[in-house]
Design a protein. Sequence first.
Length: 148
Amino acid sequence: MKKIFLLLYGCIITTLCYSQNKAAILLTDLKVQVGQQSLIGPDVQTNMTMGKSTDSYILFRNDSILITAVYKLTAFSSRRSELKDGTLKLKIEYECKYLSTSTKTKVERMYYLDDKLMLNEKQLLNVKLSKFNSKQLYISYTGKITPQ
């Protein structure tokens, strides 16, 4: 009975995302940590179209740091696994500019049938300033994906 419910739930979520072809993501509690300094960013809300990348959104900006992200939501189906059938895959590409040096990081998240479409993202962004010097920035935020 539980398997049938999970399968139906996954199908409904996937169908909603595909039929309306749109979803929204709300990012809250954005924090950037540089060394011992902790910085707080604004909330971000963006709309997504299934299977297409969003525009580059600014997650955080100050005098020396600029962090942007591109999101892409796709459906993932597998003929070999009931668990993976109807799964949603979120691809995130971060770009971090720190003191005119830039780095990119890519992340993929999978949301299975019984998952709440919630993000609890924590990512290390390592910026190489010179051959022997690098700076580590940590970005963390929570988010919620809602089909529209």
